[in-house]
Design a protein around this ligand. Structure first.
Ligand code: OGA
Ligand code: MN
Length: 301
């Protein structure tokens, strides 16, 4: 019997009584999908799934996205991205060891970013390596009126290569991107408040791939990004997931951001991720972001 227990204050739930190694019937699938929309993040504990089963379950939610850093995708199943600190015999990293150590929403640097990501734990450290999640719908609902008005009309530029090079410099475990890899994902713009295409709820949309607010001076852009990050990271919006072996966590990238945390370097952490493609984000109907000078002047920006 399938049960869904909320774990966080406003979001995040545990789904009990489901074996994802077996095909789900339509009614069960519909309940899972509904729970995902309702809670934003679902954890399924103690799952023993093969890469093929992981892919099959994920693909029921939509077409899968292949991560652009192809050397970190699983051999023979590129739909699976390896988030791992394992190394090949010659010392090359098997996966992205330092993935996502900053608030972000997956693949926001694409025109059609991820709907959701499904991360499956195949080896977890004894301590550390938790993942933090924050509820951007709740954070959006509580915005002060002036900030809501401002963010509603703004767009941010998201850019993969900028973030990648910043992280390489910080931890020293990422290979630099080739020119071809950098050019594959040119900067894109997304509204800073997006409407969830299925629930209709507005949510803040920003995170670590957002490098610049469009149409405002650089100093102000930095201040806005900084303000948003502090706002959404308030403890009341955050849930910390402590991984157990064989957890599968499925989050809604349209509603939550997430952030990886560090763990001892001499311990293994090995995760498989699939990514479901979503829609091109749109703003609030009738108030869509417009970064033209006239509009910004009208807003006093
Ligand atoms: C990811 C990610 C965080 C983690 O896989 O998209 O950000 O804790 N991972 O591994
Ligand atoms: Mn991520």
């Amino acid at each position: 019997m399938l049960r869904v227990n909320r774990l966080g204050r406003t979001f995040f739930a545990e789904v009990v009584g489901l074996d994802l190694a077996k095909p789900l019937d339509e009614a069960t699938f519909a309940r899972v999908k509904q729970a995902h929309l309702e809670h934003g993040v679902l954890v399924f504990r103690d799952q023993r799934i093969t890469p093929a089963q992981h892919i099959e379950f994920s693909a029921r939610f939509g077409p899968l996205q292949i991560h652009p850093m192809s050397q970190f995708n699983l051999d023979g199943a590129p739909e699976i991205l390896l988030v791992s600190n394992d190394t090949h015999p010659d010392g090359r990293p098997v996966g992205i060891a330092d993935a996502g150590r900053y608030w972000h929403t997956d693949m926001s640097y694409m025109k059609e970013p991820a709907l959701g990501s499904l991360l499956y734990a195949r080896a977890v450290p004894a301590e550390g390596g938790d993942t933090l999640f924050c509820d951007m719908t709740a954070a959006c609902r509580d915005l002060p009126d002036d900030m809501r008005a401002k963010l509603t009309r703004l767009k941010a530029v998201h850019h993969f290569a900028s973030r990648w090079s910043r992280e390489s410099a910080k931890y020293g475990v990422r290979p630099p991107q080739t020119k071809e890899e950098q050019d594959r994902n040119p900067p894109v713009e997304h509204p800073m408040i997006r409407t969830h295409p299925e629930t209709g709820e507005p949510a803040i949309y920003a995170g670590g791939f957002a490098v610049r607010v469009q149409g405002v001076p650089e100093q102000e852009s930095a201040e806005i990004l900084d303000w948003v990050e502090k706002w959404v990271a308030q403890p009341k919006y955050v849930y910390r997931h402590r991984w157990r072996l064989h957890d599968l966590v499925f989050w809604d990238n349209r509603r939550v951001m997430h952030q990886a945390t560090e763990y001892p370097v001499d311990q293994r952490r090995h995760m498989h991720r699939t990514t479901v493609k979503g829609n091109a984000p749109f703003g609030i109907r009738g108030q869509s972001p417009n970064s033209s000078a006239a509009k910004l002047t009208e807003l006093g920006l």
